[in-house]
Design a protein around this ligand. Structure first.
Ligand SMILES: Cc1cc2nc3c(=O)[nH]c(=O)nc-3n(C[C@H](O)[C@H](O)[C@H](O)COP(=O)(O)OP(=O)(O)OC[C@H]3O[C@@H](n4cnc5c(N)ncnc54)[C@H](O)[C@@H]3O)c2cc1C
Ligand code: SF4
Length: 572
């Protein structure tokens, strides 16, 4: 490591935000809009909104391998592609090269990363749901992990705040299990989905809803003011949206923060350590290394927001050692890096649908159906496992690509391929993972990456609760498809799924009431170092079964509001 430190008075800011992804973006927006001068530090390359969405408008035949995963990419992005084809030709540029950024697996962990401006907000699936009241209470009721130091009511106004800014479409469904929020007009269901919804209500008394997603169906003035426009129903969101209709840090939070003229950004700059002032025992700044030049520098601020993604945030805390924090910053409880949770997936059922041929779908809806949790909810009590799961999926009609696997040639064959094929329907479960201190990551004491930073070791796996739940996810999906009268039902429960693949990894610096058993307090402050805030998924004390990013953003906005108030009172 080059120890030629660059220290300069121009390196001082009111706040430093580490990471430019979903939560870093929100932190920077909130802090700058409240008057703070903010430095956002991003380890990856700069991606410019619209300008750098190289694959956004490409047709299938413009990709050398028709959009699939080329062999060299499968090797370099091995964690992304171990299970499927996540980092393919269409989206690959927005995933991290695993070969160049290795990690150690004591037990297998599918770590999907996005090191560039916007982080994983660049290719998220946009499904956005609030947690319900029980989600915040279950740990205490069941004596698992630690009790959340907040309840639904503490976060409700901040959910609304985030929903308005992001722009989430959906119905007000009036369900306790899935609280309503501020919604733009919902997307439509297809006719087999409407049939499925009616049958589930009639036969199983189970509500099915259209998904709630962060695509602008009706932009509001504050969206258009940032250059965001209406969704065109192309379903190519993960390539980057040239209309700004999909929410990402690049389309929303960073432009909003930039507008204040109080945001500075550094790219290619890895934060390696939080610096602590020995006298005050407060954080005073960060040490960074440029990923290309290897130049080491330091930046200073009154408050720090750590938003590097749950695993990298924990790694940063563990690597920040001082005479006071010999086990890593804020790690008096030894909980930093522990309690890794995620959502387990790769389990569900599919079927074919007869009829509904007259329903021709125009455009490609970037959304799915959502089946809210029904297990261990209300009167339902499962003997074999705690908590529950939701399903995402829906109906789709096969297109001209089906011709690749069919016999035939000539004019009639071509004509047939211009017609839509049959309908299929399927649902995959997203199951809650319980907190377990033995599911953990830590820093290898000897092995370092090419920047001299200790490598992350993962040692985590699903437990009995998750394995029992998976069986029910598959059989319940089949039961519903059968009840709806669909045909050729097949279930799947893929054994090669590991923690991480849900890409909802969380829990490595949990919130809690007691500093002896948790890392953060109810305001996302480190118990032991109050001017450091952690508001990414690391903060989670349990995982619910709904997609987490909306909750992370709501927590971030809430913590930023508190931080600025405290800073103004000179309490930080
Ligand atoms: C394919 C896919 C589908 C998804 N679908 C959904 C969905 O439908 N709904 C949902 O809620 N969530 C979804 N997610 C998850 C969602 O993307 C994440 O929850 C969210 O992005 C996490 O936000 P974050 O800020 O914690 O991390 P990120 O968005 O990953 O941002 C972290 C940033 O920090 C940077 N960084 C890391 N370490 C350092 C360091 N040491 N120094 C400086 N910078 C650093 C990274 O480069 C990155 O830019 C999906 C994710 C993927 C990949
Ligand atoms: S489907 Fe909508 S949000 Fe997605 S890329 Fe197309 S226009 Fe953008």
């Amino acid at each position: 490591m080059n120890l030629n430190l660059v220290v300069d008075k121009t390196h001082r800011f009111d706040a430093i935000v580490v990471g430019s992804g979903m939560t870093g973006g929100m932190a920077a927006k909130e802090l700058t809009e409240k008057g703070l001068n903010v430095l956002m530090i991003e380890r990856g390359r700069e991606v410019k909104h619209i300008e750098d969405y190289d694959t956004a408008l490409k047709a299938p035949w413009e990709f050398a391998h028709r959009g699939k995963v080329p062999v060299h990419s499968a090797e370099e992005l091995w964690a992304n592609n171990r299970f499927g084809t996540l980092a393919n030709e269409e989206t690959g540029p927005f995933f991290t090269n695993d070969k160049q950024n290795p990690y150690i697996e004591k037990r297998p962990f599918d770590w999907i990363r996005a090191y560039h401006t916007g982080g994983k907000s660049m290719h998220w699936g946009r499904q956005s749901y609030r947690w319900n009241r029980q989600d915040f209470e279950a740990n205490a009721k069941e004596g698992l992990g630690v009790d959340w130091p907040i309840r639904y009511e503490d976060l409700a106004p901040w959910y609304t705040h985030a929903e308005k800014f992001v722009g989430i479409n959906g119905h007000k469904d009036n369900l306790e299990v899935l609280p309503d929020g501020f919604f733009l007009p919902a997307m439509p269901m297809y006719s087999p989905e409407r049939h499925f919804t009616e049958m589930m209500k009639k036969k199983l008394n189970r509500p099915i809803i259209i998904g709630r997603t962060a695509n602008l169906t009706k932009p509001q003035p504050w969206h258009t003011a940032l250059g965001r426009a209406t969704c065109q129903y192309r379903n190519k969101c993960a390539r980057g949206c040239p209309y700004g209709a999909v929410y990402s840090s690049l389309s929303g939070a960073i432009p909003a923060a930039t507008k204040t003229k109080r945001l500075s950004m550094l790219h290619d700059t890895i934060v390696t350590e939080v610096l602590v002032d020995e006298k005050s025992q407060k954080a005073k700044g960060v040490r960074v290394i440029n990923q290309n030049t290897m130049e080491v520098s330091e930046y200073f601020a009154s408050i720090l927001f750590l938003n590097a993604g749950s695993m990298n945030t924990a790694a940063l805390l563990l690597n920040s050692k001082s005479s006071r924090f010999q086990n890593g910053l804020g790690n008096d409880s030894d909980q930093v890096g522990r309690n890794i949770m995620d959502h387990h997936l790769g389990v569900g059922a599919n079927a074919t649908v007869e009829g509904f041929e007259d329903d021709i779908v125009f455009g490609q809806r970037p959304n799915a159906l959502y089946i809210p949790r029904f297990r261990n909810w209300g009167a339902d009590k499962q003997p074999n496992y705690l908590r529950g799961f939701g399903y995402q999926g829906g109906a789709s009609r096969s297109d001209w690509k089906r011709g690749a696997g069919m016999d035939g040639f000539g004019a009639n064959f071509k004509k047939e391929m211009t017609q839509p094929g049959t309908w299929n329907i399927g649902f995959g479960g997203f199951g809650e993972v319980l907190p377990n201190p033995n599911n953990r990551m830590y820093l290898d004491p000897e092995k370092k990456d090419k920047w001299g930073i200790p490598m992350i070791v993962f040692d985590a796996a699903f437990g009995e609760n998750e394995i029992a739940m998976r069986k029910d996810i598959a059989s319940s999906a089949a039961e519903m498809l059968e009840a709806a009268g669909f045909k050729n039902i097949t279930t799947y429960n893929r054994p090669e799924v590991h923690l991480g693949l849900g890409i909802h990894e969380m829990g490595t610096a949990r919130m809690g009431k007691d500093p002896k058993t948790s890392v953060l307090n109810k305001h996302n402050q480190l118990h032991a170092c109050k001017n450091v805030f952690v508001t990414d998924g690391a903060a989670m004390a349990s995982s619910s079964c709904v997609n987490p990013s909306l909750t992370y953003m709501a927590l971030t906005a809430r913590a930023a509001d508190f931080a600025v108030t405290e800073l103004k009172k000179k309490n930080l």
